[in-house]
Design a protein around this ligand. Structure first.
Ligand SMILES: Cc1ncc(COP(=O)(O)O)c(C=O)c1O
Length: 414
């Protein structure tokens, strides 16, 4: 084991469950990046035998080491819920914050709020910025409802104007995506919300260029990272965004109902907290003022911290490279099936782990139901509309063989 990995394990707080130690030695024995290595990774997940789980874009399983850590602390909490025993959770919350700040490309620890999911992070921004009637908000038609319906509700309340950028399916270039966003911006635009990678058709937006556009027009740029937190090697400082939200239970493979909101520190004075209760103080430091919710589910915070440890032990460049391998293999095989129309760009630079396609002449919902009922393939579907199709979203617990098998099943059904 190399020195950095040794020091990584030393830095894990407290005694490690046996599954961590077992994983540590098995991963150390495998050569990183090989199929053997990924087989060891796959074995850390308690997915049912025979289930081909291709729905990371919705919810990911947590690995056994993360689950064991979660369980251990749930028991600890319930065995002794005293203030004295719970004091240690403050330290975990702060060490989670520090680990997330590092994970997101070395941002300031005071810029991190620990939320409950991407939706909450987005809504803290929606409800926290002062705006006046007539101000414009630029969105894209493929943002999630947490970034679109939330702004439409606020727009009704405060007489704001929403401008929606249409989304090409699939886009031909970064420029086409950038142009569609730029066309919505006017002198009245105050906020821009873009999804790093869309859940609808798997488009990757050119974030740095959009960040430059936002800076040029002095906009608050919120980046929805639900489909990239835990999938891409995120470097927030490079993107030019003002806020970013992600969920622990998607690609990050952490506990349900945990998430992160990053807010650039220069913007903190402009953002009101959405929830204020016990624990509030006017001098709360940085983004901590956005996470005052009253009693938290403390063991979940430890599980989130374990999920950061798990994913950072594998390393985001390796995770991202594996996702590229898996999704490219899947797309290349699917596109060769007669009748399959890809809605996701084939080019990795314009896409990510979300693979969306439609099968000509077939009812999408019938295919979706048959895939799970007859073949034990778990996936998502959009039953109608411009994004209609089946969505596969593989992750590091999937194998190359599963990509081949899923494509073979589609070939048999097309
Ligand atoms: C792009 C995008 N944003 C936000 C969300 C909301 O995530 P959550 O339900 O974890 O808040 C999702 C969920 O699928 C999503 O795909």
């Amino acid at each position: 084991m190399d020195a950095s990995r040794r020091s990584f394990f030393r830095n894990l707080a407290g005694a490690l469950p046996a599954s961590w130690l077992a994983m540590q030695s098995k991963l150390a024995a495998a050569t990183a990046g090989t199929e053997d290595y990924w087989r060891v990774v796959k074995k850390q997940f308690p997915l049912s035998e025979g289930l081909i789980y291709l729905n990371a874009a919705n919810v990911c399983p947590a690995s056994r080491p993360v689950l064991d850590r979660h369980q251990e602390f749930m028991r600890d909490f319930q065995m002794d819920p005293s203030f004295q025993n719970r004091l240690k959770y403050d330290k975990h919350q702060e060490s989670l914050r520090a680990k997330l700040a590092k994970h997101l490309g070395g941002v300031d620890v005071d810029e991190i709020a620990i939320t409950r999911n991407t939706s909450e992070g987005a809504n803290i921004v929606v409800n926290g910025i002062d705006l006046k009637a007539g101000d414009e908000i630029a969105i894209t038609t493929h943002n999630h409802p947490s970034s679109n319906d939330s702004w439409k509700v606020r727009a009704r309340r405060d007489k704001l104007v929403i401008k929606e950028a249409p989304v090409p399916i699939p886009p031909r270039s970064k420029q086409e995506l950038l142009d569609s966003v730029a066309a919505q911006i006017t002198p009245k635009t105050r906020v821009l919300i873009v999804t790093h990678l869309t859940s609808t058709t798997g488009n990757r937006y050119p974030i740095k260029e959009i960040g430059e556009l936002a800076r040029k027009h002095n906009l608050w740029f919120h980046l929805d990272g639900a489909q990239t937190f835990g999938a891409f090697d995120i470097k927030l400082r490079d993107y030019g965004c003002d806020s970013f939200a992600g969920s622990a239970h998607k690609w990050f493979m952490g506990p349900l109902e945990a998430g992160v909101l990053w807010v650039r520190k220069e913007r903190h004075p402009e953002l009101w907290p959405s929830i204020v209760t016990a624990g509030w103080a006017d001098n709360l430091k940085g983004a901590r003022k956005f996470e005052v919710y009253g009693q938290r589910d403390n063991p979940r915070i430890v599980a989130f911290e374990a999920a950061v440890d798990f994913i950072d032990m594998i390393g985001m460049p390796a995770v991202e490279a594996r996702l590229q391998q898996l999704s490219t293999r899947l797309k290349e095989q699917l596109v060769s099936v007669p009748g399959v129309k890809m809605k996701t760009p084939m080019d990795w630079k314009l896409s990510g782990g979300v693979v969306k396609f439609q099968v000509a002449g077939k009812n999408t919902t019938e295919l979706y139901n048959a895939l799970y009922a007859n073949h034990r393939v778990a996936l998502a579907q959009t039953p109608s509309g411009e994004s209609e199709g089946l969505r596969f979203s593989p992750h590091i617990y999937n194998s190359m063989e599963e990509m081949d098998q899923a494509a073979r099943i589609i070939r048999g059904m097309a």
